[in-house]
Design a protein around this ligand. Structure first.
Ligand SMILES: Nc1ncnc2c1ncn2[C@@H]1O[C@H](COP(=O)(O)OP(=O)(O)OP(=O)(O)O)[C@@H](O)[C@H]1O
Ligand SMILES: [Mg+2]
Length: 317
């Protein structure tokens, strides 16, 4: 086994250092590069799902601005970790005491800004105002709609999207080749399939899979507790009216796979089937309902049984 596997976390080892190395996110990267060229960085809001390059881009900006001394000019805060907005204010105050010679401002990166309550966001707006001479704020969030308008209007918004299949696969290929792994293309595509454009998730899974000598599609699916074939088989059973067998398979699957993941897998299956549009619409609606109930804490077995029952009834019509 490769000794290096235990030493380094690949998500850090392969985190792009400069904006030009960031995979995908073309529009975001180009806008950031042109702002940097003019040295006119505004307050920014980075919105988008997990593991797609938000923190990476903020770090890259700092590296491009301050080269090796970027660490002293970059403050990384997490809105949900900190003990409230007052702690955030104190930390920023401390940080903003000195101003770098180059650039004239420092960067405050506030992760999970959308976890702040409305009141805390209003306090944050005031903090942004009082430190706007010395600091540029980059607020990261999953949903920009959860950020109050007075903050939104003070920021340039950058929307990060899930990475495309070719981007994830090419980045994974780069990592796998550099680590001299024994893999095939199907395995990398399976990594994309289960990570859905989240590069952190894909890279972490690849690193876990690398403990095995050979990396294959089946190993990846097993590792990610995904089982698309059996999930499809379950839906097919229900469609053909074998409700009892479908439910038995469901209970086996739920012993290994979280309910939300089963829903996701069915969702992908429906998106790919050639069922008539009206039926697919209804299917999507049912899936959305089941997913919502499960994430709200409802029993996955009951929710998914109900979905299978609906499929069985619809299948008969
Ligand atoms: N666009 C990308 N190009 C190359 N690697 C990426 C990209 N996005 C993410 N990665 C990889 O995933 C890791 C995590 O990415 P990053 O920290 O930027 O995620 P994030 O968007 O800030 O997610 P979160 O919302 O969870 O904080 C990086 O260290 C890097 O290895
Ligand atoms: Mg981040």
């Amino acid at each position: 086994m490769n000794e290096n596997l235990l030493k380094e976390v690949w998500t850090e080892k392969y985190r792009p250092k400069l904006l030009g190395e960031v995979v995908g996110q073309k529009e975001v990267v180009q806008r950031l590069q042109s702002l940097l060229q003019k040295r006119a960085l505004p307050h920014c809001m980075f919105s988008g799902p997990a593991g797609v390059g938000k923190t990476t881009c903020a770090l890259a900006i700092s590296r491009e601005l301050w080269k090796d001394s970027w660490r002293g000019n970059f403050l990384d805060l997490n809105a949900s970790d900190e003990r409230g907005i007052d702690t955030i204010r104190v930390k920023i105050k401390d940080f903003a005491r000195t101003i770098p010679i180059a650039g004239g401002f420092k960067i405050v990166y506030l992760d999970e800004a959308d976890s702040l309550t409305r009141d805390a966001q209003h306090a944050l707006r005031r903090i942004m105002e009082s430190f706007s001479q010395s600091c540029r704020f980059i607020l990261a969030c999953n949903y920009s709609s959860r950020i109050i308008t007075p903050i939104q209007s003070r920021c340039a918004t950058f929307r990060f999207t899930p990475l495309k299949k070719e981007d994830v696969v090419s980045q994974l290929k780069k990592i796998a080749d550099n680590e001299v792994l024994d893999y095939d293309l199907d395995a990398l595509e399976a990594l994309y399939h289960v990570s859905e454009g989240d590069m952190r998730k894909a890279t972490n899974l690849l690193q876990s899979a690398a403990f095995d000598s050979q990396i294959t599609k089946n190993k990846i699916l097993k590792l990610a507790s995904r089982d698309p074939e059996r999930i499809r088989q379950m839906v097919a059973l229900a469609e053909n009216g074998s409700f009892k067998d479908a439910r038995m398979l469901l209970s086996e699957l739920l012993a290994e796979i979280p309910g939300e993941d089963v829903v996701r897998e069915i969702h992908k299956y429906v998106a790919e089937t050639k069922a008539e549009p009206q039926k697919r619409l209804e299917f999507f609606e049912k899936l959305g309902e089941a997913e919502w109930r499960i994430t709200e804490g409802s029993d996955a077995y009951i929710q998914l049984s109900s979905l299978l029952a609906w499929i069985a009834v619809e299948g008969k019509k």
